[in-house]
Design a protein around this ligand. Sequence first.
Ligand SMILES: Nc1nc2c(c(=O)[nH]1)N[C@H]1C(S)=C(S)[C@@H](COP(=O)(O)OP(=O)(O)OC[C@H]3O[C@@H](n4cnc5c(N)ncnc54)[C@H](O)[C@@H]3O)O[C@H]1N2
Ligand code: MOO
Length: 406
Amino acid sequence: MRDDVPMQLAFDDAQAIVDRVAAQHRMPVERLALARTHGRILAEDVIAAIPSPPFDNSAMDGFAVRHADLAGQGDTTLPLAGEQFAGLARDLVLAQGTCIRITTGAPMPTGADTVVIREVVRDEGDRIVVPAGIVAGANVRHAGEDVRIGDTVLDAGCVLTPARVATAASLGVDQLSVFARPTVAVFTTGDELVPPGMPLAPGQIHDSNRELLMGLLRADGLEPTAWPALPDNPERVESVLRDAASSFDLVITCGGVSVGEKDHVPAMLVAHGEIHFWKVRMKPGMPLLFGTLDRARFLGLPGNPVSVFATYATLGRRLLDGLQGRTQPRRAFRAQLAAPIDKPHARREFLRGRLDAGADGVLRAWPDAATGSHRLHAAARADALIVVPEGPQQLPAGTVVDVLPY
Ligand SMILES: Nc1nc2c(c(=O)[nH]1)N[C@H]1C(S)=C(S)[C@@H](COP(=O)(O)OP(=O)(O)OC[C@H]3O[C@@H](n4cnc5c(N)ncnc54)[C@H](O)[C@@H]3O)O[C@H]1N2
Ligand code: MOO
């Protein structure tokens, strides 16, 4: 291996390289109809051109009144002077000593400052009787109290959640500028791989990483393309991966990145592309390879299924976030260890475990004893990665640790 290739990096250094490369290769911006923006990363701030609510309106069904007309004590009788329903404003003016029937969302008549809900009045047809104790200004929603003209309501780099897309809609915005989704090609490698549904000969295993990766990518909103498993044949690996790298934004492989005789992927990247780093001081996932091949970023994940999971959930997802211009941080969780952890090695470890929010409101993490990176079932019964920091660690129960729920 060339000696200028960064190798055996600390996790934070690998993450910094992922961030830098992602920023250099940010996806182009596209303008999409609102309905197609869900889950995307916003590329430009959204500034309100109208206020929300756009006009003063009633929060309840009832009667619009002037609070000054109401007696301090005892009932007040007010003749009914008109009706304003939600819809076109009728430009009503509330004359002193009268009331106007109003529905939720209807514009407030000029002069009215309070809405009395229909349940508390005595409705006598052409007049109402209002009891004492009505609060001035009750049940009125004021123009601009949620959003004023010129407010930045959505920041570039945020994830377009349903509430955010709906906020844009409420302000009359029908298109948004978002970052394009990267196209992703997924490869599994290894002569031992057989698809599920086919019988296993001695020495063979079923390809599980393909479903794992496709599922992880789809859950992150991508539309990945998977190839049939690649044999451990350097010419074939080279031609197929170079072909994919000429037309996809990201190529992800798993397997073949360690130091075995059949681990051809790093050599291929050295010969035809560029390695940004190879091997990260993390467990599982140490042999992780990150580079560039043709027009694609290239992620070579280690073959062990839990290594695939841990490297994708940390650095792989971070790369995709960076390529898509996401600046909204992923939500960070902290939990108390429910059992001790004894880690003799120096790498940052991502242990599988279960999270449980107790009746006391404290989030607890139960580490799973099955730590092998081939233990896919153990990862499947867990629901979080527990982050154990660098260096040998003897963490007693009760220690607060970072957790990545999944
Ligand atoms: N001498 C050394 N050996 C190994 C080292 C090392 O540093 N020195 N690292 C170990 C670690 S850690 C890992 S992780 C693995 C990663 O190796 P590769 O990325 O080259 O992966 P493979 O050798 O191809 O496969 C590893 C393991 O995973 C199984 N596998 C592969 N693909 C799939 C798939 N699609 N579905 C299910 N299982 C898969 C494969 O059969 C192997 O058992 O290397 C260690 N060795
Ligand atoms: O880093 Mo390997 O992923 O321990 O199995």
